[in-house]
Design a protein around this ligand. Structure first.
Ligand SMILES: C[S@@+](CC[C@H](N)C(=O)[O-])C[C@H]1O[C@@H](n2cnc3c(N)ncnc32)[C@H](O)[C@@H]1O
Length: 249
């Protein structure tokens, strides 16, 4: 499914208020508690490189796997030291290296909407981790999707040259645990007042914790913990993003 194509040009603007530094400090602290000498990180769905930027500042070397060529280009423009993004699919890649930790942040794993792709990804993570290596990722949490229900959301942002309005409309598919998020992005050039409209479909799968723990056990991991991403609270019916931390057996 092609997404994050033209949308990627506006990605950093749409998420300019997202606190990547704080998120990266949470990731750093969590990884270091489990392995104080963690150094080499593989990041799945590295996007425009915003976590890699701060991970690099925190002293890590990062290899990114990112499917969208334009997102890879955005990340290269940041000229991040000790960061190499590779254009590939997280369900189909081969690197000649094992890492201390693998991370995947901002619901990238929820983009894996069927069981085969999820198993392929977990097996590849296992293969690319050193013994006892950590896999940390966040995902859409089933109880929150059903109790909060994704609503139509509108985001308005601007920089010196463009203004952007993004409308996100969702359809819940109860039989497949997938929510289709339809993004419509209206971009207006402030000088010419010309408007361009982009549309992208982002199918997102939500998971329960026992479902992911079962798959993780079957692919060679032990469960370290699950918690709300960033706050470390116990997941509840209103926790949209849960973080699962696994260790390679
Ligand atoms: C919501 S963005 C998150 C990007 C980045 N991690 C961040 O926090 O800003 C999801 C990213 O995952 C990438 N992605 C989704 N499915 C993928 C796949 N199967 N293989 C590689 N990248 C994928 C998308 O191209 C996009 O860049």
């Amino acid at each position: 499914m092609a997404n994050f194509l033209n949308y990627s040009k506006y990605y950093d603007l749409l998420y300019k208020d997202k606190n990547y530094k704080e998120e990266t400090n949470y990731i750093t602290q969590t990884l270091k508690e489990l392995n104080p000498s963690v150094k080499d990180i593989l990041e799945l769905g590295s996007g425009s490189g915003s976590h890699a930027y701060f991970l690099s500042q925190n002293g890590f070397s990062i290899t990114g796997i990112e499917r969208s060529q334009s997102m890879v280009q955005e990340s290269l423009q940041k000229e991040i030291p000790n960061f190499e993004p590779i254009q590939a699919d997280i369900t189909d890649f081969e690197l000649n290296q094992q890492f201390d930790a693998v991370i995947s942040i901002f619901h990238v794993i929820s983009y894996l909407t069927n069981n085969d792709s999820l198993i392929d990804c977990l097996q590849l993570v296992h293969k690319h981790l050193k013994p006892k290596g950590i896999f940390l990722f966040d995902f859409w949490y089933t109880p929150a999707v059903y109790s909060l229900k994704p609503e139509t959301r509108i985001r308005r942002l601007e920089d010196e040259s463009i203004s952007v309005v993004r409308i996100a409309e969702s359809t819940i598919h109860t039989q497949t645990n997938v929510v289709d998020v339809n993004f419509e992005v209206h971009i207006q050039d402030k000088q010419t007042l010309q408007t361009q409209v982009l549309k992208e479909l982002h199918p997102m799968r939500h998971f329960s914790i026992p479902e992911l723990e079962l798959l993780a056990r079957l692919t060679g991991f032990e469960i370290v913990k699950s918690e709300e991403f960033l706050t470390k609270s116990k997941p509840s019916d209103t926790t949209w993003g849960v973080c699962l931390i696994l260790r390679k057996k």
